[in-house]
Design a protein around this ligand. Sequence first.
Ligand SMILES: [Fe+2]
Length: 199
Amino acid sequence: MSRLRMSMEVVDPEILTLLARLEQHDIGTYAHSMRVAEYCDWFAGHLNMRRTDRERFFHSALLHDIGKLKIPSDILNKKSRLTDEEWHEIRKHPLYGMEFVRELVASNIVMSDIITMHHENTDGTGYPYNSRTLELPAQVRIIRVIDSFDAMTGNRSYQLVKTVDEALDELIRCQGTLYDPEIVRLFCAHIQNGNQPSS
Ligand SMILES: [Fe+2]
């Protein structure tokens, strides 16, 4: 695996500004975004992704949930069941995200597909477009898996935390419906071989 990890020290200042706003707005989403980006970069290294693609992937992963800046933090952190209206609002965050990254996308620093499509599913049941993701760039299919893995294992207020093994079982159970089976296979094997981003 490539040891050349992405570093926050060389991230575009515009990205750092957006992340600082996200940290202010909702620390949980900020922490999740940092972990997901670290996992994406770690996995991209394992796949020997080209350096330029890997950089764009890392930047896009850092900002994948930036649209949550427009969702009130009391909805993001609500402990009780969300109303239909609140879910409807949350499901707009991939599209809201584009409002924050247009210039970064125009400069080829961020992939718009990651911002808008990271909740799309392999079988077309995701949101906001109900796209079938097997035709989408690999980075979109990878972040779909890693985003879910972190949602299951990370410390998020509205989800029951799973062990790593339970989370991998869930990824396997949902391969072919929510997730690209090949990405799930590679990701699970890499973790089960004892690899972690910090290792
Ligand atoms: Fe998201």
